[in-house]
Structure formats: C-alpha cells, structure tokens
Design a protein around this ligand. Structure first.
Ligand SMILES: Cc1cc2nc3c(=O)[nH]c(=O)nc-3n(C[C@H](O)[C@H](O)[C@H](O)COP(=O)(O)OP(=O)(O)OC[C@H]3O[C@@H](n4cnc5c(N)ncnc54)[C@H](O)[C@@H]3O)c2cc1C
Length: 404
C-alpha cells in the first residue's frame, strides 16, 4: 500500500510514523529543505497534556471587546480589513456557547491525555533525544476573573482524573524559586504536573532519520506538491516537480498552508493562521534559570529552558499570512520576560514567527474527504505539537480501516 503524506511539519511526521508502523510504503513530501521548518519549529515547545484550553469559550465571549478594541497586547487583531479573519471568527462564535464549548473542551482534554500515552510510547521505542522534560507547567495569573475561570477548568480536569493544583503566588514562587525576583505580582497560579516540554523539530528530524533507514519510507524535501490528480471519487497521483507519482492513499498535513492546490480538490477547511513569535537564546552558565515551564497568562508569554537554550514565546496576533517582524518585537518579548526574570541575560537571539493553524472548534480535523482515498489531518491551532501523536495515530487508523 503506497501512501503520500503532504506536509512535513510535526503532524505530517507523526502521521508518517504511524502509517509506517502499520507497514505502509510512505512518501513524505515537504516543500522546504527539511522537516519542521514552520509552526513545528516556531512553537513554545510545551506538551500541553493537561493545560489545553479551548479558545472558543464563554470566557472569550465575555472578554471579546478587549480583543476587538485592541485592549490586550497579548491577543490582538492586527488587520481589521482581513475578511478571512471575520469569516473564521463567525465560525468560532458558536463554540463560545456553553454546550459547544464543553464538547470541544472535553474532546481536547481526552485527545491530550491519549497523546501523553502515545508520546511515552515513542520515547520508549525510539530513544530519540529531543530535550524532553516532564516536570509540569506553572501558569501564573494577574487577573482575578481569568483566575476564577481557570479554576473552573481545573475542576473539569478533575472529572477526567487529570491533576492540577491551584496555588497562591507564594506557593507558586516556592515551587519555582527562580520566580522570586519577579517584578510582577500575581493573583495566583496553577501547576499542571502532567505537562511536559521538548524540542518539536528535534523529534521530527529524529523520527524521519530513523524511518529513512528502512526501505518503506522516503522523505522528499524541497518538493512541494503542486496538485492532487483525481478521477471520479478517487485521487490517483500527486504532481510535483518530478512529475506524477501514483499512490493508493493520500494524507494532507499542510498546517496553516491551505493552498490553492488543496482547495482545487475540494479540501477547503476554514482554518485561520494565528501568528505567534518565539525567541531562543543560549543559556549563560552564571545565571540560574527556572527549571519549569513558566507561563505568564496576562501577556501570553511562555518561558522554558530547552536543552542548552532558553525559549520565550509570546503573542497571539490575527494578521493573515503576514510574516514580517516589527522592529520592536524582540524588545516587547524581552520586556515580558524581564518582568518575570529581571536579570536574565538575553544575547544572540534567534527570532522566528509562524502560524497556528486554527480550526474554529479548536479541535483538529481528522477525516476522510469527498475523495475516498484522501484524508486530512489539519487545524491543530496552538496545540499541534501536543496533539500530533494522537491525530497521527488516529488518521493512520482511519486510513487503514478505510483501505480494509
Ligand atoms: C508561536 C507558536 C507557539 C506555539 N506553541 C505551541 C506549544 O507550546 N505546544 C503545542 O502543542 N503547540 C504549539 N503551537 C502550535 C503548533 O506549533 C502547531 O499546531 C503545529 O506545529 C502544526 O503542525 P503542522 O504540521 O500542522 O504545521 P506546520 O508545522 O506548519 O507544517 C506544515 C508543513 O507543510 C508543508 N507544506 C505546506 N504545503 C505543502 C505542499 N503543497 N507540499 C509540500 N509541503 C507542504 C509546509 O512547508 C510545512 O512544513 C505553537 C505555534 C506557534 C506559531
């Protein structure tokens, strides 16, 4: 059985991995020179096995005016004239209703817990070093309303037997002593012991390098898929610069890049590219870094030590496919970081940005398309690194079931 996987981000790599495990002959097509060069590189590295909060929610509805009126620096509409944003926002709105929110939220928690188990399996079987650390996540809140909403989320987690501890600021700072110099004060925090972090790009490279050693996996980088050739209800081949290549099944894992090629075969999911930034720099031996993943909810800033580097991710911007950096972005992210860790040295900064491919429900789209042998695994939003294992696993199962 020959299968094409289009898109070599973490979702395409995981999809390839589980298909390969099932004995498929897998070809992974990636338009860039290596795997995981887009969102799968520019992410905050967190494995949100328990802190996986749906964007569409009654809470968002209540605070929508802050986003609409640009009152929050962390989450901002940058381009009011972007019609694709408003079309997507209208589709998000129904998920702010209590019942729809609860369904999506519960689904996300269940998926994340399954992903946790699958990640444990990958770590055990593949033995790939990707700077994985599973000492939990400490989220800090500076707003009483948000903190109360989050406590409701913690109660929900308990129904799924997922641990989370509500802490006072003192308890939070005791858990992570590096916070003691913080210039900012908080109304409280939540510690999520199930959460972990690791380098997404390293795992993608490690998995594909291992699969490449077998005869049943081919990685074609620098090879954008230009078209999917169909006949009746089936896809026959993919078109690349090398010409046509025939496959029995195709999995589309192109992240936020829903290009015209995919639309031409009727794959037209409503995804919005939510822009975020990530800053990475080398750690200085003289400084004591936090051991945990620290998240300042008020500024949407995630800070963590990743191998020999330190990583800071910030901002949720609605600005279409704009990839430009504003000159002051490093300054703003550094300011957010220094509010928490005032003396942390920030040198030799590497800055990246990319898009969270957001489905309106917040739940990834894993399904068969109108072509019976074409499947999608898309729309992982801000949790794609976390959910890549479970959706890769699920789409591989779906594809083999349908083939049978
Ligand atoms: C700032 C930021 C912080 C984030 N933080 C976290 C986090 O802490 N934890 C978490 O779980 N998630 C996080 N995410 C979300 C996560 O990174 C994404 O959901 C995930 O990487 C999406 O993976 P993907 O494979 O779908 O997309 P991508 O990584 O974008 O991969 C898609 C790939 O498809 C390729 N492609 C597209 N079209 C074609 C074509 N026609 N032919 C061949 N190749 C093609 C692209 O080149 C690309 O490599 C964050 C995202 C951002 C931007």
């Amino acid at each position: 059985m020959r299968v094409a996987v289009i898109g070599g981000g973490v979702v395409g790599c995981m999809t390839s991995y589980y298909l390969h495990q099932k004995g498929y002959q897998v070809t992974l097509f990636e338009k860039e020179a290596d795997v995981a060069e887009h969102a799968s590189l520019a992410n905050a590295s967190t494995l949100h096995f328990s802190y996986i909060m749906s964007l569409g929610s009654p809470y968002l509805l209540k605070n929508m005016h802050k986003v609409l009126l640009r009152q929050s620096e962390a989450m901002q509409i940058k381009n009011y004239f972007d019609m694709s944003f408003w079309a997507w926002a209208l589709r998000l709105l129904p998920y702010c209703r209590k019942s729809a929110y609860e369904t999506a939220q519960n689904t996300l928690i269940e998926l994340a817990q399954k992903s946790k188990t699958l990640f444990a399996g990958i770590r055990e079987c593949e033995n790939i070093d990707f700077d994985f650390k599973d000492n939990g996540k400490l989220a800090l809140y500076d707003n009483q309303c948000t903190f109360e909403w989050v406590q409701k989320y913690v109660d929900r987690l308990k129904k799924f037997d997922v641990p989370a501890d509500v802490l006072t600021q003192e308890q939070a700072f005791e858990k992570e002593p590096a916070l003691n110099g913080s210039k900012k004060s908080f109304v409280g925090g939540v510690y999520y012991p199930d959460d972990a972090f690791g380098d997404c790009q390293k795992l993608c490279r490690g998995l594909t390098a291992k699969m490449k050693k077998s005869k049943t996996f081919t990685l074609k980088t620098n090879t954008p898929v230009k078209d999917i050739v169909t006949e009746g209800e089936e896809a026959k081949a993919v078109l690349t610069k090398e010409g046509l290549e025939e496959f029995d099944q195709i999995a589309v894992c192109t992240g936020a890049y829903m290009d015209d090629v995919l639309k031409s075969v009727g794959i037209n999911e409503c995804l919005y590219p939510i822009k975020g930034y990530v800053m990475t720099f080398d750690r200085d031996k003289s400084f004591t870094y936090p051991a945990h993943n620290i998240t300042d909810d008020g500024t949407a800033t995630v800070m963590l030590p990743l191998g020999k580097r330190f990583k800071v991710s910030s901002f949720v911007h609605f600005n279409g496919y704009d990839t430009t950096f504003k000159d002051d972005i490093i300054r703003k992210i550094t300011r957010n970081l220094h509010n928490i860790f005032p003396d942390m040295p920030v040198k030799n900064v590497n800055l990246a940005n990319d898009f969270r491919p957001y489905a309106p429900s917040g739940v990834p789209i894993v399904k068969q398309t109108k072509y019976k042998n074409v499947f999608v695994n898309l729309g992982h939003g801000r949790y794609g690194w976390t959910l890549s294992a479970v959706t890769g696993h699920n789409v591989a199962n779906l594809m083999s079931d349908k083939a049978a």
